[in-house]
Design a protein around this ligand. Structure first.
Ligand SMILES: [Zn+2]
Length: 671
């Protein structure tokens, strides 16, 4: 597993109960104890055929569409506002408008690349090559999950064992195709993919007027194959302990000879840095050896090719079309180039994420909404304190550690209290290429400056306008964006019972991962080290067995059942989430009884909102795919988590004979 887990949450469907549209979505002809999912969602399931061309459709899709519409309006308005130079609105608007201005980009042709081409042409030896490579050491977080187009990537975060200092984490990169196996697997299919990639390299070099593109393309692919050979196997990425390789500055020269590390770190802005964490030592060693062993000319061809690839989106149409022909059509099967407007918004979000976020939250997530969501998060933490204290499988000494971790955990909602300051980033209308380059340089400097700052556990890793949540085990913090905290998932002016049953249960699900077999290798400060005992682990797994069996019995397709083991850890998190959210809901009432809305009690609305969150339409193919590969159960069965909760039986008068009824001793109790 990796340090950072990006989780796009499922979205709840509890519409504001005060408007009481609940009855439309339900199916009162079904007894809650027989089929709670269809009792809660029957009306919606019948009334919403999946849109043509979509393999699945759920409230997550609805919220993603809604958010993208909101962001589009904001960015387009910013572009037409012609706001004061230097303001957030100006930067957002001009970035978007420049990216969209394909005619202006066409007129400039390839001239924006000229300066960089001169720098590459000036490389004459190993030292100047190392200096140039140092300038490509970029800081995008995506590098943690996808190969970057530069030979190494950097991420500034606390150490695996040192939570007091930020360190540069160095990881492998430098491949144009997404996976190591694309280069190394001997199957006919992969061999053909490599042929296609080589043809793409040749066409890209032709577009920039390179002589001998054919032979250069072959040599570039050959270089990338050797880089891929140095990559760590994919299985290592699942083991964070293998990534914890502290290297001193001097180690690079002795352990990974070849590259001129002095020159490299100087141009990378890391001259004074003494300590590093190298995630994949084999890649650092391998690439460094290739700097010594491969001809300078091949490296220069490689760098020119990747320069064009990197900026394809802000270069003339022919370059962008060639990029799409390989990455869109051949790699992803897409037939049509994505809408330029959507790409422009994505690019603006990428470069000016918190600037767009500022506009987004001003409009859609006021401080009152943040306060209400934060109060719910605080109730969840209080509820977890009680649950952890009462766990039967966790030893007393482990509970102390879990409670210390809970006390240190930051659960942060909505948006940052202090926004990123973009004042040093110049955004100019009509300069799409320059804007992208300056934004990259700006983010690079921001990241490097963290090396001189104390660890900040509440540094937002997700933009507020992206519907989702991020769990950071290191440091110990979880983030829930403003975009995910909106109806139908969370209504800041709506009913608490519904909010706690939907968004509350989802947040509590995520929090549980900090204390389960994903999070038990990170302590209160986010340092690496297992804090469970062997007895905790065996009692936990024993308790979980019943949940595996319960889900093994669900068969969504005639010939295919759920694999209870594959989905176990997410099912445990669902159960924890539901129980803790319920405790938190009770806490928020502060001893008072809840009001009746639309004939439903607060307890009824709580469980109903939980079931509504899982509504989903999907094709049989999509269902089959999910059952085979996904670690999450299909929505209907996640909704059936209620079967293990005593409160649901009381609330809906579920009794022996009802199809979902479980005897008290058969209900799974882990949390
Ligand atoms: Zn989960």
């Amino acid at each position: 597993m990796t340090v950072i887990t990006l989780v796009v949450l499922s979205i709840a469907a509890a519409r504001p109960a005060t408007k009481n549209p609940i009855a439309d979505d339900m199916d009162y002809s079904i007894k809650p104890g027989d089929d709670f999912y269809r009792y809660a969602n029957g009306g919606w399931l019948k009334g919403n055929p999946p849109p043509v061309g979509q393999s699945s459709y759920d409230t997550r899709t609805i919220l993603a569409e809604k958010t993208s519409q909101q962001v589009r309006d904001l960015v387009q308005n910013a572009a037409s506002a012609r706001a004061t130079k230097g303001s957030v609105v100006q930067k957002v608007g001009d970035y978007y408008a420049s990216f969209l201005d394909q005619d202006g980009i066409e007129v400039k042709g390839l001239s924006p690349l000229a300066d960089e081409m001169v720098r590459i042409a000036a490389i004459t030896d190993k030292t100047s090559l190392s200096t140039y490579l140092g300038t490509t050491l970029n800081s995008e977080v995506e590098g943690l999950t996808a190969n970057a187009d530069h030979v190494f990537g950097i991420w500034i975060n606390q150490g695996f064992e040192d939570s007091d200092h930020n360190l540069p984490h160095i990881w492998q990169g430098g491949l144009g195709m997404p996976d190591r196996d694309d280069y190394l697997e001997s199957s006919a299919m992969m061999a053909e993919l490599r042929n296609q990639y080589q043809a793409h390299i040749k066409r890209a070099l032709t577009l920039i007027g390179d002589a001998y593109p054919e032979s250069k393309a072959a040599r570039i692919l050959s270089l990338e194959i050797r880089i891929a050979q140095a990559f760590a196997p994919d299985s290592d990425a699942a083991d964070v302990f293998k990534q914890n390789n502290p290297w001193k500055r001097a180690d690079f020269g002795t352990k990974a000879p070849g590259l001129d590390w002095e020159a490299y770190f100087q141009s990378a802005g890391l001259t004074d840095q003494r300590e590093f964490i190298v995630w994949q030592p084999s890649a650092v060693i391998g690439v460094s050896a290739l700097v010594r062993g491969e001809s300078i000319d091949v490296w220069k061809d490689y760098l020119r090719f990747h320069l064009v690839e990197h900026y394809a989106s802000v270069l003339p149409k022919a370059v962008a079309a060639e990029h799409f022909a390989f990455y869109g059509t051949i790699l992803s099967g897409a037939q049509q180039m994505p809408d330029r407007g959507k790409e422009a918004i994505a690019a603006t979000n990428g470069a000016l994420g918190q600037a767009v976020g500022q506009l987004y939250t001003e409009r859609y997530f006021p401080p009152e909404a943040k306060a209400r969501a934060q109060a719910m998060a605080n109730d969840l933490i209080t509820a977890y304190r009680g649950r952890i204290s009462n766990l039967t499988w966790m030893s007393a000494q482990t509970k102390q550690k879990a409670l210390a971790k809970l006390a240190a955990l930051q659960v942060i909602v909505g948006y940052p209290d202090v926004w990123m300051d973009y004042s040093s980033l110049d955004v100019m209308r009509g300069d799409a290429f320059g804007n992208m380059r300056r934004a990259e340089a700006f983010h690079r400097l921001c990241n490097l400056s963290k090396l001189k700052q104390p660890v900040d556990p509440i540094k937002w890793p997700i933009n507020p306008q992206v519907p989702g949540a991020v769990i950071m085990f290191s440091p110990n913090a979880e983030f829930f964006s403003a975009a995910i905290l909106q109806p139908p998932y969370f209504d800041s002016e709506g009913d608490s019972a519904s909010n706690y049953g939907s968004a509350g249960a989802a947040m509590a699900h995520e929090i549980s991962h900090s204390f389960d077999e994903l999070g038990n290798i990170y302590d209160a400060q986010g340092r690496l080290g297992d804090w469970w005992t062997a007895e905790d682990r065996s009692r936990y797994r024993e308790a979980a067995k019943k949940l595996v069996e319960q889900f093994n019995r669900y068969c969504p397709l005639l010939d295919l059942c759920i694999n209870g083991k594959q989905v176990l850890s997410e099912n445990i998190a669902d159960l924890a989430g539901l129980l803790v959210a319920h405790d938190a809901y009770v806490l928020c009432l502060k001893g008072k009884s809840d009001v009746i809305i639309g004939g439903l009690s607060g307890e009824q609305r709580f469980f109903l909102a939980f079931a509504k969150r899982w509504r989903k339409l999907q094709t049989e193919t999509a269902m089959r795919q999910q059952l085979k590969t996904d670690t999450h159960s299909p929505g209907e069965y996640r909704s059936d988590t209620v079967r293990n909760v005593d409160g649901w039986y009381e609330t809906y008068k579920v009794a022996p004979g009802d199809k979902l009824y479980l005897k008290p001793e058969d209900r799974v109790r882990i949390w």
